[in-house]
Design a protein around this ligand. Structure first.
Ligand SMILES: [Zn+2]
Length: 253
């Protein structure tokens, strides 16, 4: 099982995988019946979550809504630390994650817009280097697992900063490694070499501990929030949350 999952996610982009995997996972969910873990994104309970990842991690993927550890953490963060569920907010969700789309779209307090350069899941076709909205348009912008793929991450962040309202906020997550500095080399274009250097065939850099500082060069204020460290162990176990994930909470600079 683990090796099949590793193989499939290595060669099929997640956004396409999400479209076809739903039915398959619903069937699998029968074998994961139980009450030991609970997905706080969709409120379903299981014996455990499915393994997921290139080197498959146990207890990661919700068979019902496809939320991963990081999605469950972000959802909890939104619930506990933001006005996302009660503010009257205009939201831009770049490269929207399937597990969030329907749930966010149905929240009555939101004007919810999804955008992506190629994902069939998004409504607006857009390039994050040139966001097709006016300055000061959005109360909230989400842009997760995008920056490691784009040519110019600082320009992309400048664009997010531009379209945020003065009191707007955003979350910009990326895979961050325990390196002093981000590794980037624009001369590396071969997918196999990119995989070796940056961790995946379509990544153009590998972020280190300077991630927040680097994105801040765009003008955005980027704060590292170690929210998961403030949670009780029972909650972390129940939702299988990622204990080392930092939430990168941004405000307009
Ligand atoms: Zn779920």
């Amino acid at each position: 099982m683990k090796s099949i999952i590793s193989f499939v996610i290595r060669y099929i982009p997640r956004k396409y995988l999400q479209l076809v995997s739903h039915f398959f996972l619903r069937v699998l969910a029968i074998f994961y019946k139980g009450h030991d873990v609970m997905c706080n994104v969709c409120d379903h309970q299981f014996r455990k979550f499915l393994p997921y990842g290139r080197k498959a991690r146990e207890n990661a993927l919700c068979p019902n809504c496809l939320a991963l550890e990081r999605h469950r953490l972000m959802w909890l963060f939104l619930q506990e630390k933001t006005n996302f569920f009660n503010g009257k907010l205009k939201v831009l969700h770049i490269a929207p994650e399937l597990c969030f789309i329907d749930r966010m779209d149905s929240l009555p307090n939101l004007e919810y817009i999804t955008g992506d350069i190629e994902s069939p899941l998004a409504k607006v076709k857009m390039d994050v280097h040139q966001i097709p909205f006016e300055d000061n348009s959005f109360d909230v912008v989400f842009c997760n697992h995008v920056m490691e793929h784009v040519d110019d991450d600082i320009l992309a962040c400048k664009e997010i900063n531009r379209v945020l309202k003065n009191d707007g906020w955003g979350i910009i997550q990326s895979p961050v490694y325990d390196l002093e500095n981000t590794i980037e080399d624009k001369s590396i274009t071969d997918p196999a070499e990119r995989e070796r250097m940056f961790g995946q065939r379509d990544h153009v850099r590998k972020y280190g501990n300077d991630y927040a500082k680097r994105l801040s060069k765009s003008g955005l204020n980027v704060k590292e929030d170690r929210f998961v460290k403030t949670l009780e162990e029972t909650k972390i176990q129940k939702h299988a949350l990622p204990v080392n994930e930092i939430i990168f909470y941004c405000t307009k600079g």
